[in-house]
Design a binder for this molecule. Structure first.
Ligand code: NDP
Ligand code: 8X3
Length: 255
C-alpha cells in the first residue's frame, strides 16, 4: 500500500548519494518532493529529471543548512505543509586522531550534522505540532551507535543525532508526529571523497573488496519507515552490508 502518494516530503542534501536516491524513490512513488542542497546545478538537473520522468511536483531550495536564517526562510517559503522531513544533509570531514584534529573539519561536522539538523527540525516540527501530524526522519549512522578511532567528532555528531531523535520523540509524545532515525553502515556515495577532502584513491579504499550498500538500498529503508501505517513509529534501524558486522569489523574478499 502506498501511503506516501501526494505527501510533501522535504529532503536535505538531495544533490548526491542517499538524499538524491531518496528523492528519486519518493517521486517515483508519487510524493511531492522538496529537494535542497548547496549545489544549484545539481538541484536543477534533479528537478528537471524528476519532473519529466515522474510527473511529481518538485520544489528546490538552494541553501546551506549551517545558515539558520536560510533554513527558516526555506521552511517559511514552502507553499504546502511538510508531511515528512528527511534530515539527510551531513558529512564526515577528515579522520584524524583527537590530538591532531582540524578545527575547521570539526566545525563543519558539528554545524552541519547537529546544528543544521536541529534548525530544520525546529522550524518544521513547530508547524507539524500545529497540525498534529508529520514525520521527522533523521539520517544517523552505525557511527551513532558505536565509535571508532579517527571518528571522535563524526561519531560524536551521529551519537547526537541518535539522542536528538530519542528526545524529540519524547517531546512529541501525545501528538501524531512520528520521529525516526536511519542508521546505515558503509554506503558507496560521495561520503568518503568528502571525508578525505577529494582524495579519490583514499575514498575507494573504504569500499575495496566489499559490496557496500548503495544510496538506493538506504532510500528503500527510508521509504519503508515512512510508509508504515500512521500508528507505527519505527524509532531506529541499523542497516549494514552483509560483510560489515560493526563500525570496524569488515570482511573483504581476497585480491
Ligand atoms: P554524499 O556526500 O553523497 O551526500 C551528502 C549530501 O549532503 C549532499 O547532497 C550535500 O549537498 C549535502 N550537504 C552536505 N553539507 C551540507 C550543508 N552544509 N548544507 C546543505 N547540504 C549539505 O553522502 P551520503 O549520501 O552518504 O550522506 C548522506 C547522509 O548519510 C549524511 O548525513 C551521512 O553522514 C549519512 N551516512 C552516510 C553513510 C555512508 O557510508 N555514505 C553511512 C551512514 C550515514 P551539497 O554539497 O550540494 O550541499
Ligand atoms: C558513515 C559510516 O562507518 O564511515 O556514517 O562511520 S562510517
Amino acid at each position: 500500500m502506498n501511503r506516501i502518494k501526494n505527501k510533501w516530503v522535504l529532503i536535505t542534501g538531495a544533490t548526491s548519494g542517499i538524499g538524491r536516491d531518496t528523492a528519486i524513490l519518493f517521486a517515483r512513488n508519487q510524493a511531492n518532493v522538496i529537494i535542497t542542497g548547496r549545489r544549484e546545478n545539481r538541484l536543477n538537473e534533479l528537478k528537471q529529471k524528476l519532473s519529466g520522468e515522474t510527473g511529481a511536483r518538485i520544489l528546490s531550495y538552494c541553501f546551506d543548512v549551517r545558515d539558520r536564517e536560510a533554513c527558516r526562510k526555506c521552511v517559511e517559503s514552502i507553499p504546502h505543509p511538510v508531511d515528512i522531513l528527511i534530515n539527510n544533509a551531513g558529512l564526515a570531514s577528515g579522520k584524524d586522531p583527537i590530538d591532531q584534529g582540524d578545527f575547521e573539519d570539526w566545525d563543519k561536522m558539528i554545524d552541519t550534522n547537529i546544528k543544521g539538523l536541529l534548525s530544520m527540525t525546529r522550524f518544521v516540527s513547530e508547524k507539524m505540532r500545529q497540525r498534529n501530524e508529520g514525520h521527522i526522519i533523521n539520517i544517523g549512522s552505525i557511527a551513532g551507535h558505536e565509535a571508532y578511532s579517527g571518528g571522535s567528532v563524526y561519531c560524536g555528531t551521529k551519537h547526537a543525532v541518535k539522542a536528538i531523535t530519542q528526545a524529540a520523540k519524547m517531546d512529541l509524545t501525545g501528538t501524531n508526529i512520528r520521529v525516526s532515525a536511519i542508521s546505515p553502515g558503509l554506503v558507496d556515495t560521495e561520503f568518503s571523497e568528502v571525508r578525505f577532502h577529494g582524495d579519490k584513491d583514499q575514498a575507494k579504499e573504504v569500499y575495496k573488496n566489499l559490496e557496500p550498500l548503495t544510496g538506493m538500498d538506504v532510500a528503500e529503508i527510508i521509504f519503508f519507515v515512512a510508509n508504515r501505517p500512521s500508528h507505527v513509529n519505527i524509532l531506529d534501524t541499523i542497516i549494514l552490508p552483509v560483510h560489515q558486522s560493526s563500525a570496524t569489523l569488515v570482511h573483504r574478499d581476497e585480491e
